[in-house]
Design a protein around this ligand. Sequence first.
Ligand code: TMP
Length: 221
Amino acid sequence: MAPRRGLFITLEGGEGVGKSTQQGLLLKRLRQEGVKALGSREPGATALGVELRAVLMDLGGEAPCQEAELLLYLADRAQHVRQVLLPALEGGAVVVCDRFADSSEVYQGRVRGMGWRRVRELNRWVCGDLWPDLTLVLDLDPDLGLRRVHQRQGDLGLSPDRLESEGLAFHLAVRQGFLEQAVAEPARIKVVPAARPPERVAQEVWGLVAPLVRAWQQARG
Ligand code: TMP
């Protein structure tokens, strides 16, 4: 791997848990600290990714087979890693990404039933040596998360996308899947309860991120 000088932080969780709000607040805080910080997301951070996201979110009622769905997310990731993430990290930025490899391990691996270990192997192939330094799972009762999503979509005059329309059992399994990811890798993955006001969640997020940023700054001299 090319020398990686930046820090890679990912935000994960089910629908409507507040990932993009927390991403915005964390980027603001990092910039206040004088850190070069970049936000990104999956799927859809590159031109190819935008096309793949549109395909994945609305298939005109046709459900993709599990293998096809997984490969589309992995194609998005392969392009994202090489075109956006590695250059930013090699340039010394702190990158905060809304969803990454854990989403495939949970949604396709654990929930759709392809097996998270198999998805991990494919993730390793797609990501090379790039892996998050820290992953924050925002944890929320899916009932509440889905209500937030439906409210937001309604306000925008949109209907829920293909995944948001899955039943409650699917979203409960997603929540459980992320909690199991965290148990399997406690050093990297931290769970943050998200049923609180955004500023309060952001405080806890910063409490987890700040020591890592300080250690990273010290190591860089
Ligand atoms: P979101 O980014 O707006 O949350 O929507 C992305 C959707 O795609 C969300 O339902 C989770 C799903 N997803 C997967 O199933 N696998 C993946 O690898 C990724 C990145 C997202």
